[in-house]
Design a protein. Structure first.
Length: 122
């Protein structure tokens, strides 16, 4: 059963709650051209929008991390890779998103209380 996941990015049109930095104003070099991080985020969102469209068209479960992950440098070690707290949050978001689908598809594996997360923290 495929599951598609969008790519989150700490940069975008937001203020980082940890540092107070305007995340869209960071300068970045993309393909030998200096640009703002907001432009870089818009380019990545084209990819993410494609993933969202494919998931809708093919009726595939989508974990939209790009929209669900907060833009907070505390959760990332660089612009797109997660630190420990970010990885924990990703796991929670993925589990919460796919658990209902898994429960419908594999009801035999549900616990008596209706949870099928195998003891993952809520």
């Amino acid at each position: 059963m495929p599951v598609l996941v969008t790519q989150p990015f700490v940069w975008g049109d937001a203020i980082d709650p940890t540092t107070g930095t305007a995340l869209g104003a960071v300068r970045e070099t993309l393909l030998d051209t200096e640009t703002t991080s907001l432009t870089y985020w818009h380019a990545l969102e084209i990819y993410n929008d494609t993933m969202r469209g494919v998931a809708r068209a093919k009726r595939v479960t989508l974990v939209d991390l790009a929209r669900q992950m907060p833009k907070d440098s505390h959760l990332f070690i660089d612009r797109m890779h997660f630190g420990n707290d970010g990885a924990l949050l990703v796991g929670k978001i993925v589990a919460q998103t796919i658990s209902p689908t898994l429960a419908k598809k594999f009801p035999i594996h549900l616990r008596a209380n209706g949870s099928g997360c195998g003891g993952l923290p809520q």
